[in-house]
Design a protein around this ligand. Structure first.
Ligand code: SAH
Length: 204
């Protein structure tokens, strides 16, 4: 999977490649999808949600330009796979999941796998996790038609935020925002299809 779908499609960051090699995706999918765990496609994780396709996980992780000493916030814990990939690279990962069942499953799974630098919270990620802000990087793994302002506010100066932005019914554009002296630069990474962010994000 890593040779063909990660390196083969242009992911170059060694830290991302090593993390993708280390985290075993089959430990994050339901038993019935075990044989599909290393294919480059999303898979159901319960409650109508999906674990992202490995290439997109790598692309979003690479986009955050991580060095290793960062504190990262992830919105949409889901299976916990993306959080585990981040935890292999950075110092601390804070991740928020709005669906209780998924939150409990991911929390238990990450604990069992021995991740001591991942902190999981049940709640609406729209409002971020102020207590531990500012973050060096923020990753939103559910789609929204706008960037939640509290998340931009909790991003450090020079920090990066990646989000599938656009229609929550059709495709979105994966964008990376860099915060610089109260202005923002935006880079587009291409089309993606993510499940929608629910809660506050869907009301606006
Ligand atoms: N990163 C996950 C996959 C994300 S799927 C993984 O590696 O498996 C998107 C997730 O975002 C779903 O689990 C969904 O329940 C969650 N979600 C949707 N809206 C949210 C919100 N407002 N706050 C936190 N999580 C949210």
């Amino acid at each position: 999977m890593v040779e063909k779908d990660i390196k083969g499609r242009g992911i170059k960051d060694e830290k991302v490649i090593n993390a993708m090699l280390k985290v075993k995706r089959h430990l994050f999918v339901e038993k019935k999808y075990l044989d599909k765990a290393y294919g480059d496609h999303p898979l159901p994780i319960g409650e109508g949600q999906t674990i992202s396709q490995p290439y997109v996980v790598a692309l979003m992780t690479e986009a955050l330009c991580l060095r290793g000493n960062e504190r990262v916030l992830e919105i949409g814990t889901g299976s916990g796979y993306q959080a585990a990939v981040l935890a292999e690279i950075v110092k601390e990962v804070y991740t928020i999941e709005i669906r209780k069942g998924l939150y409990e499953m991911a929390k238990e799974r990450l604990k069992k796998l021995g991740y001591k630098n991942v902190y999981v919270k049940h709640g609406d990620g729209y409002f971020g996790w102020k207590e531990y802000s500012p973050f060096d990087a923020i990753m939103i793994t559910a789609s929204a038609n706008h960037i939640p302002p509290p998340l931009l506010a909790q991003l450090k100066e020079g920090g990066r935020l990646v989000i599938p932005l656009g229609s929550t019914f059709f495709y979105q554009n994966l964008i990376v925002v860099t915060k610089q002296k109260n202005s923002f630069t935006v880079r587009e990474l291409g089309s993606v299809l993510f499940v929608p962010m629910i809660g506050e994000a869907s009301k606006r």
